[in-house]
Design a protein around this ligand. Structure first.
Ligand code: GDG
Length: 479
């Protein structure tokens, strides 16, 4: 069973008002769908609509169990604690987290709802895989309700250093919540290291090689309320990936190729198209990218007559204040840069605040000579891997922030520190002027990594590691 904040489907309403469901796009769905089909599993999550009375249903061969969230729960648990407390705290406090007791109370209550929904439908001795930062209390709550289950947790975003995590007034509760799992997965080795350090600091327990030895309840700093038996929890990195083959297949589609050529020609066939594709989020470093680009234009090292930056900023979390302010900020910058450097024929930045179908994204990746991924902090960044998977022509240059999890694997990208604007400018110029031979060598090696480490391998690695932790029947009987 999978438990995630959102179900893997979106409701669509036909012209006659009749509702139906379509799979929601995204890596998680692609990764887990085949596993769920093969195992006849259930998926517990929210439909995305407040106060939705939808009961359990089948869609596209998946058994879906909705958790009903009230409008207030959405505001306090989702927009509040998840996206205005945990998200900024776990992304190095790029924005100031809000520490609100009302948010926290809602987070506890909603996590309990998810745990109860999962406990109601999980098979005896089943495997439950809980996803992401919105549900960090679910592992412990679920273990208390259903000690027979094997529980995994995967954190899609970074886990911060203890100096930051310790700001959280509820750091102990969150740590205990996660430790209800048998296996806790992170994107990077460093994230797992930060988590292990936090656990040592808070509970004074032993850890070694990713194994956390929890004593019996009440021993040392370990709470009374935890399970009675000593347990081992494993915390390790499992870098997520993409359905690489789906991208390779799309590149072979003549319509997608034609669209890529059309995009180049619509942009006036410049020598260099640079591309950014991000949810409009302050973690993605969109402003840093614009700053470096604007300086290169100002210094005459790039020229709008033969260079353009296309920035797709897909709408995100539009009801959270910080995101509204960010959008204003970004759009002000786009206006200024275009006003100052654009010409009648050419804009400096071609800014689009829209979401697009995947075919259009692939066409854009194919059209782009330079892909700019300048996140200030990012769990993985799937866009970097999607760009690489798309470039079957072994062309194109990836400029990649060392603060994105993808940098651990994509070492042949031009790695940058986005805070270092001079360094970022140098990397952009080397990308623009890189020889065809070097582009090919780098892209070949990047593609090898992404094609051999796809999302299917990610879910298999995680689920195999979780299966290895399943207690043997004799250990279960002894407990
Ligand atoms: C979180 C973590 C981690 C974006 N705009 C459109 C569109 N997208 C797709 C991209 C990509 C996905 O959304 C975004 O994934 P990222 O990994 O880049 O970033 P987050 O949304 O922040 O994801 C991240 C990820 O979880 C997985 O664990 O890598 O670090 O923050 O697939 O292509 N897709 C379409 N139209 C758009 O306009 N079709």
């Amino acid at each position: 069973m999978v438990v995630s904040n959102r179900l893997p489907v979106d409701r669509v309403t036909a012209h006659d008002g009749s509702p139906s469901w379509k799979p929601s796009p995204g890596g998680l769905v692609t990764a887990l769908e085949p596993v769920m089909r093969a195992n006849d599993g259930a998926w517990v999550g929210w439909t995305g609509v407040a106060d939705d009375e939808q009961g359990p249903f089948e869609a596209d061969g998946l058994h879906l169990v909705p958790v009903r969230l009230s409008a207030t729960a959405v505001e306090l648990y989702y927009e509040g604690f998840s996206n205005d407390t945990i998200w900024p705290l776990y992304h190095d406090v790029i924005a100031q987290p809000t520490y609100s007791r009302r948010f926290w109370e809602a987070y506890v209550a909603v996590n309990q709802q998810f745990a109860e929904a999962a406990a109601d439908v999980a098979a005896e001795g089943g495997t439950v895989w809980v996803q992401d930062y919105q549900l960090q209390l679910v592992p412990k709550m679920l273990r208390e309700l259903r000690p027979d289950l094997v529980i995994g947790f995967f954190n899609h975003i970074p886990f911060p250093a203890y100096g930051l995590f310790s700001q959280l007034p509820w750091r102990r509760e969150i740590a205990e919540g996660l430790l209800g799992a048998d296996l806790i997965g992170f994107q990077r080795r460093a994230d797992a290291g930060n988590f292990l350090r936090a656990i040592r600091r808070i509970f004074h327990v032993q850890t070694g090689k990713g194994r956390i030895e929890l004593p019996a309840a009440g021993e040392g700093s370990w709470p009374n309320s935890s399970s009675d038996q000593p347990r081992t929890v494993v915390a390790r990195h499992f870098p997520i990936s993409i359905d690489a083959k789906a991208y390779v297949d799309l590149v072979e589609d003549p319509e997608v190729r034609a669209r890529a050529a059309q995009i180049r020609s619509d942009l006036g066939n410049p020598s260099t198209i640079m591309l950014g594709v991000d949810r409009l989020d302050y973690t993605k470093g969109i402003q840093h990218r614009f700053a470096a680009y604007a300086e290169l234009l100002a210094e005459g090292k790039l020229d709008v007559d033969d260079t353009v930056l296309v920035q797709i900023a897909s709408p995100s979390r539009e009801r959270v204040e910080t995101y509204k302010a960010l959008r204003d900020d970004i759009e002000l910058t786009v206006g200024r840069v275009n006003g100052e450097f654009g010409s009648i024929a050419h804009s400096a930045i071609n800014y689009l605040h829209h979401g697009y179908p995947r075919e259009e994204m692939v066409a854009l990746f194919l059209a782009a000579d330079v892909m700019l991924v300048t996140a200030l902090r990012d769990g993985m960044n799937l866009v970097a891997k999607e760009y690489v998977a798309t470039r079957a022509d072994e062309d194109g240059v990836l400029v990649l922030s060392e603060f994105a999890g993808a940098a651990d694997e994509l070492k042949q990208a031009l790695l940058v520190n986005p805070h270092d604007i001079e360094g970022l400018k140098r990397a952009i110029l080397s990308a623009v002027h890189m020889s065809r031979a070097e582009r090919r060598t780098r892209m070949r090696s990047l593609r090898h990594r992404v094609l051999t480490h796809d999302v299917e391998r990610w879910s298999k690695d995680f689920l195999d590691a979780l299966a290895d932790l399943r207690p043997t029947p004799s250990a279960r009987a002894a407990a």
